[in-house]
Write a protein that binds this ligand. Sequence first.
Ligand SMILES: [Fe+2]
Length: 306
Amino acid sequence: MRKSLQQQISFFLVTGIAFLIFLVSCQEMPQAQQSPSATPPSQTDPTIVPVQLPPLPYNYDALEPYIDAETMMVHHDRHHATYVDRLNEAIQQNPDLQGVSVVTMLQDLNRVPEAIRTAIRNNGGGHLNHTMFWQIMAPNAGGQPTGALAEAINSTFGNFDTFKQQFNQAGSSRFGSGWVWLVLNSQGQLQIVSTANQDSPIMDGLYPVMGNDVWEHAYYLKYQNRRVEYLDNWWNVVNWTEVDRRFTQAKGLQAQLSTRRLQAVSSQEFRQANGTAERLPITCAYYQQQSPVVPSQLFDPTDHPL
Ligand SMILES: [Fe+2]
């Protein structure tokens, strides 16, 4: 009888241990089936330096009451951060783009591999546009420009109020999401343009002296559908010191622009002149051989941190 009991206990012990071993082996199976050399899709190339989200140069509530703190937080920390993340994801898909500035890629998107072209256009543009946007706003700002910029605005648009009116009109009439810009064109003249989505004026050979974000994410929490009211109030936070710096720098470097290259901006002429080069793999060296549409000196390192 005692021997039978011992046999039963032994049987249950052996069975239990075997069952435990079975369970453990089942849990480890997926790992054991993975190839040691397999790279998980989410793993990134550690040799590629990612684009960084530039810090907001003031507190979230610094632009109150014209732009509320929550909008600034969501706009910078989430929307701009997402553009940066997705830009980095696109670059990770093509390591040849490492070291190529965002500006350079946007200036000739046809050189960017088609698979990531839209991602570079949207997220590279989003990153570049917003990097400028934070800088050309400031607390205790607003008013009017002075000096050479004021003279250029007056000579181009008649006076400052007319310029504001035309700028706001272009911003309010932009259907859907986009930007309104004051740009310097290839003839060295100021011009008001509007772009859709996150397209940058540099894609058309235009240097963005200043621009306002008319995506709903820029104003909806405070202004809801009242984009015109947002556009009117935005002038109270324009940092004319920074806008004037961008204008002065652009004018100073205007002479360095290649007329031929400017006339060929993103044009068929340039692509035809380069024939099948459009299909060649992108390399840093290739880009460095191209004369830029807009001199890279016009952009701060933070504009294109790659
Ligand atoms: Fe935005």
